[in-house]
Ligand binder design. Structure first.
Ligand SMILES: [Cu+2]
Length: 146
């Protein structure tokens, strides 16, 4: 049956396409995403999240974007010469099964030129970019500063 084998071939190539996509795309779980309420007079902000690599290959974060700020970068706080400084992290690899917690004093999403001050309860949309081209979109809720 010619039609059947053609159909089989079509299905097989579809399955192959899906399988190779699954291998290529970073597999990550994002949870506990939040953004600090804006400090009056400051136009910069910070966002935090928890990322778990649920895949079998390393996943590397290479950037972040949001419509809510002029620019955004992945940052890390480091203690150098007794001073807290922060630096941009151009590549952040996450090993399989590893969970990375972004939190105040550590990794954070740095927001430059926040377009509208963040108020507690606001929702902020982010897209996290991975080295394999995968983009993870998530929503963070603005939390009051304690
Ligand atoms: Cu920063």
């Amino acid at each position: 049956m010619r039609t059947t084998s053609l159909l089989c071939a079509a299905v097989a190539s579809m399955v192959l396409a899906l399988a190779s996509q699954a291998v290529l795309a970073a597999e990550v779980e994002i949870s506990n995403a939040w953004v600090k309420e804006s400090i009056p007079g400051s136009e910069n902000g910070a966002g935090y999240l928890t990322i778990t690599n649920t895949g079998i290959e390393s996943a590397t974060v290479i950037g972040v974007s949001t419509e809510s700020a002029r620019a955004s970068e992945v940052h890390q706080h480091i203690l150098r010469d007794g001073m807290m400084r922060m630096r941009r992290v151009p590549e952040l690899p996450i090993a399989p099964n590893e969970t990375l917690v972004f939190q105040p004093g550590g990794y954070h999403l740095m927001l430059f030129g926040v377009k509208k001050p963040f108020r507690a309860g606001d929702q902020v949309e982010f897209t996290l970019k991975f080295s394999d081209g995968y983009q993870a979109t998530f929503t963070a809720e603005v939390q009051p500063i304690r």
